[in-house]
Design a binder for this molecule. Sequence first.
Ligand SMILES: C[S@@+](CC[C@H](N)C(=O)[O-])C[C@H]1O[C@@H](n2cnc3c(N)ncnc32)[C@H](O)[C@@H]1O
Length: 398
Amino acid sequence: MTTAEQTRQIYERHPYPAANLAEIARKGRAIPPLKWLQAIGRPGQPRPERVLVAGCGTGAEAFALRRRLPKAEIVAVDFSPRSIALARRLQRTIGVGEPITFLVADLTDPDLAWQTGGDFDLITCHGVLSYLPDPQPVLTGFAACLRPSGALYLGVNGEAHPATRLRPWLASFGFATDALHDERRLRELLGLWDSLHDGESGEFAGKSTSYLAGDVCGPHFNNWPLRRWRAVANRCGWELAGTTLLPLALRLTMDGEHHRPLFPAGLGELAERIDLIRPASFHKLLLRRAAPGALDLFPADGRAVPLRWSGLYSVHFPRTTDSQKVPATFHCPTLSLHFAWSLTRRQADGLRTFIETGTASPNWLRHWGPSEAARRLLWLWAGLGVVTPGDRGPAATD
Ligand SMILES: C[S@@+](CC[C@H](N)C(=O)[O-])C[C@H]1O[C@@H](n2cnc3c(N)ncnc32)[C@H](O)[C@@H]1O
């Protein structure tokens, strides 16, 4: 039996998510903020009209999206017929406004675009690619399903995922982790693990059976550092536009100016460096169709990058000030971030124009100032999601 077939059988036996399905369908499940997905993944574009939920399980993610995008056409697919049957039943039970189209489909199928109707503005794929022996064909297939201005959200395991240490530890007790065989014994061992970790990596013994079957036991796991996920995505013509962690991590480095040694680095490289310093257990990645490095603020080829105001932050300037320095405060409710920056008067004027027009022309950049400090500030803002690089042309693929 292939690894993919083993994985399919796991989800047939233990559809995910399973704990109190109706409750999950009604209340929804945490998905990345739509405002962030739009601002960083689809700068300047209207709300998505067509969304693909790839590997939807029993539908929690799709139901959460339906609430945020009541008018969008949502297609949700999974290769587990039982999961799709449960999702359809839930949809009838809870009664959603615009119905979601749930389909049985394999993400590795080269005909995915035809089966789903393609032409999507947004694809979300959360907790799926970490269990595929080779995610590359899926990432290539997604490209065929997406409009050029579309974005791909991926939720994938990181190097610090608890299963990375849990699995060898379970194996040291002679426990086979290739599938969920003996749940009672597993819960007993996890109880021991939890008692020694004091909740720092989450409580495991009390997790649902479907979580234990899919996220702890299974035939295959890609618990990869960001560098590896990005390299695979780059090979399929995607470039990293942002991660949920990058702005938060950068914000932490700003007090005391600890971010300085990170400069200069492209957005993707910057996120990779942060992940090397402090490996994530789970990556929430936003990708756009672009060649590697194409979304960098200061690309190696020196071509001017169109810059957009992301709209994630509001900026407050004092009404009047006599001094040459203007203290500006930046606030982002979506990411719960807040910081202050002291700007020159020229920069403050330039920033007001930028916010009003939403884009920065090459002229604006000249006005902003050619000094390294001025460039570093824009670079920092790109990492924090204050500004976002615009499109520089079509992607290069293998
Ligand atoms: C951990 S669940 C995540 C479900 C959903 N995305 C969520 O976050 O609630 C992983 C799902 O991916 C599906 N899956 C894995 N490989 C797949 C493939 N090749 N094609 C379609 N679905 C797949 C599984 O059947 C399972 O339902």
